[in-house]
Write a protein that binds this ligand. Structure first.
Ligand SMILES: Cc1ncc(COP(=O)(O)O)c(C=O)c1O
Length: 343
């Protein structure tokens, strides 16, 4: 497929990390008087809003994250955008935002990726384009109430392959002094405030030598909820895929996809509450999963001072799941579930 702009030659694709990089444009839509405008591509990466915008004061802010890949055949494809659209509308509904029609959302992704198509890394680099939609209340309010105006923005940027030398395990720490979400709170929604709540525990965990915090359920602190920015999954010694079922975790598109891949491979999938202290020592493999890295193997989990080891290498079942999912994303394996949207 010929896109209007060839791949850029002024970027060292092998040196990319998961970090912010300005690109040509973002797309911006505005909602006012009950209707969305037609949206426009903007080159200025700064946005302007009232000092009394509700996203600044009252937390009317949510976001999403998905990726586009330059596949082997040269086409650029976005992985399961429909799931992110649904999740953002669920979050928006909870924050009293207006609905974003699916067609408008998909068109927005299409327009902004196409305008920045030269920033989608080459297939062989292992990199991808990160797509970050942001949905904020921008109308002014001083009493605590929802805004009367909203902005829906999407920025895009190239990001690197996390693991150039293969998947390597990292140690996780069970957080004891903080919860990332409340029982019956906002844990299942991708609201900005959840990430504010996770900054301090993540910082303290990192300082103690653990790059990944693991949160327990906020009601009893007995069940595994999720990692700071990814879901929890484990492979049992008899080869089952186990993942947490909890009302206070974000429903991960990656986890959902890995569960389907596991079923396709004949692996039994169990989505259920996981009793942390009792079950962690029984697992053969433990991983964090999410859009940024797909699978991060967990080398150990430290819970109440006890260290449970899983090894530094990615486990064989996790590796198989990773290879299958990334193969579909990059167009190397058949997209039997219709997960890819072609730009
Ligand atoms: C709290 C949290 N859990 C899980 C995930 C993984 O979700 P996904 O696979 O949709 O990226 C993310 C990342 O978006 C996250 O922030």
């Amino acid at each position: 497929m010929d896109y209007p702009r060839p791949i850029r030659t002024d970027i060292d694709w092998s040196a990319l990390s998961f970090g912010f990089m300005p690109t040509r444009s973002h797309i911006a839509f505005h909602w006012k008087d009950g209707a969305w405008d037609k949206g426009e591509l903007r080159t200025d990466p700064h946005i302007s809003m009232s000092i009394a915008a509700t996203c600044l004061h009252y937390g009317q802010a949510c976001f999403e994250g998905m990726k586009a890949f330059r596949c082997k055949d040269g086409k650029v494809r976005v992985f399961r955008p429909w799931e992110n659209i649904k999740r953002m509308n669920r979050t928006g509904h909870q924050l009293l935002h207006p609905e974003i029609p699916e067609e408008m959302y998909l068109e927005a992704i299409h327009r902004v990726v196409l305008d920045n198509i030269d920033y989608v890394p080459p297939c062989e680099s292992g990199g991808s384009m990160y797509i970050r939609p942001l949905f904020i209340g921008t109308g002014p309010q001083i009493g605590v109430s929802p805004a009367t105006e909203y902005d829906f923005l999407i920025m895009v940027m190239p990001v690197g392959a996390y693991y150039k030398e293969g998947l390597k395990g990292v140690p996780a720490l069970v957080i004891e002094d903080f919860d990332r979400a409340a029982p019956k709170g906002m844990g299942q929604f991708k609201v900005a405030g959840n990430y504010g709540a996770s900054l301090m525990p993540a910082k303290l965990a990192k300082k103690a030598g653990f790059p990944i915090p693991l949160f327990l359920d906020p009601r009893e602190h007995k069940y595994i909820d999720e990692f700071g920015t990814s879901n929890f999954l484990a492979i049992t010694k008899d080869g089952k895929y186990v993942t947490s079922d909890s009302p206070s975790i974000l429903p991960s598109v990656t986890n959902m996809s890995l569960m389907q891949v596991a079923r396709d491979l004949g692996i039994t999938v169990e989505k259920r509450p996981i009793v942390a202290e009792e079950e962690l020592p029984t697992f053969a493999e433990v991983d964090a999963c999410g859009t940024a890295v797909v699978i991060t193997p967990i080398s150990s989990v430290t819970i109440h001072g006890k260290v449970i080891e899983y090894g530094h290498e990615c486990g064989p079942v996790s590796q198989k799941l990773y290879d299958r999912l990334t193969g579909i994303q990059r167009g190397e394996l058949e997209d039997t579930h219709g997960w890819l949207y072609t730009i």
